[in-house]
Design a protein around this ligand. Structure first.
Ligand SMILES: C[S@@+](CC[C@H](N)C(=O)[O-])C[C@H]1O[C@@H](n2cnc3c(N)ncnc32)[C@H](O)[C@@H]1O
Length: 300
């Protein structure tokens, strides 16, 4: 079992959840169980429900969690379906919810899954391998308008029209490195020299394939409603497009959507924002863009 991928902002998120040994907790993004393991260690009679829409995450985390205790349930589901899953398990309210969103390091490192722009593989990028829509379909079928829209709104792709036109005129495109070359050839050399333009295009495609922003929007609308008194919703995001969704929604609870202050308190809610320590950023480059936003219910 490979635990080399460090969970991002682990101490900060566990501290924010302020775990009660008999509480009910949700880890909506199990991954390899880094955060879930720490939550589980703090539970005596409490319960942890772990979601992941990637079956591999469930399979690989089970042995790790089972060594700690049996107070967990693994659910192969999209957290968009949180309401149905909780109903099925007879859970009406919870004490804490963690979402460490986006793609996991093991997903990127398994080149065959097509998330990486540095190794050749079939265009795929599905977190849930049972899902139909994949990057291959989007790249080969979506219109110029649709491609430009995701390039612009999901990733700030530079000159999105040029990239979209380049893609459409080079169809069919089967693999990641074929796509990388087409992106490079579609853009002026000066842009390509500055930074790898494939990074943003791959991010946009990944978000579109996995409907990541739709899931996050549903989550921030629904999750606060099921928090018990002192219950916590903690969300770790990795880029400004995701963070903006969380910041705006949390801002509505405290009548302020600037999201700039580290702690804001109203009668009913507390909102906190944290970034990784310098030490964590030095040791884990993936954490450098992370932001943890925490919403806590203060009243019933
Ligand atoms: C950044 S990783 C989480 C890492 C985890 N916290 C750990 O310590 O190992 C994100 C995980 O969430 C999953 N995921 C992303 N969006 C999801 C969604 N809408 N529903 C369920 N799982 C999702 C991904 O498949 C991936 O395994």
């Amino acid at each position: 079992m490979d635990y080399k991928h460090s969970p991002v902002m682990l101490n900060e998120s566990i501290e924010a959840l302020d775990i009660k040994p008999d509480g009910v907790y949700l880890d909506l993004t199990l991954g390899r169980g880094g955060h879930s393991s720490e939550i589980l260690k703090k539970l005596s009679t409490g319960k942890l429900i772990c979601f992941d829409k990637d079956e591999q995450a469930i399979i690989e985390s089970e042995p790790r969690l089972s060594k700690i205790n049996n107070n967990y349930v693994l659910v192969h589901a999209d957290y968009m379906n949180i309401k149905d899953v909780l109903e099925k398990h007879g859970i009406k309210s919870v004490d804490g919810i963690l979402a460490d969103i986006g793609v996991s390091s093991p997903q990127i490192d398994d080149f065959a899954r097509g998330f990486s722009y540095s190794k050749d593989a079939r265009l795929d990028m599905r977190m849930n391998q049972k899902q139909k829509l994949d990057a291959h379909f989007i790249v080969n079928n979506w219109s110029e308008v649709e491609l430009v829209e995701i390039f612009r709104y999901y990733a700030d792709v530079m000159l999105p029209q040029r990239v979209a036109k380049g893609i459409i005129s080079n169809r069919p495109i089967d693999t990641t490195l074929q796509l990388v070359n087409i992106i490079r050839e579609s853009l002026p050399a000066a842009i390509v020299r500055k930074k790898n333009p494939a990074k943003a295009v791959f991010q946009a495609l990944r978000i579109a394939v996995n409907q990541e922003l739709d899931a996050l929007k549903k989550l921030v609308n629904y999750a606060p409603k099921i928090l018990n008194k002192n219950g916590v919703l903690a969300i770790i995001t990795f880029h400004s497009i995701e963070d903006r969704i969380v910041k705006r929604k949390f801002g509505t609870f405290i009548k302020d959507d600037t999201g700039k202050l580290p702690i804001i308190v109203s009668k009913e809610w507390t909102v906190k924002t944290k970034t990784p320590s310098r030490n964590e950023i030095e040791n884990n480059n993936r954490s450098r863009t992370a932001k943890l936003r925490v919403l806590k219910r203060r009243k019933d």
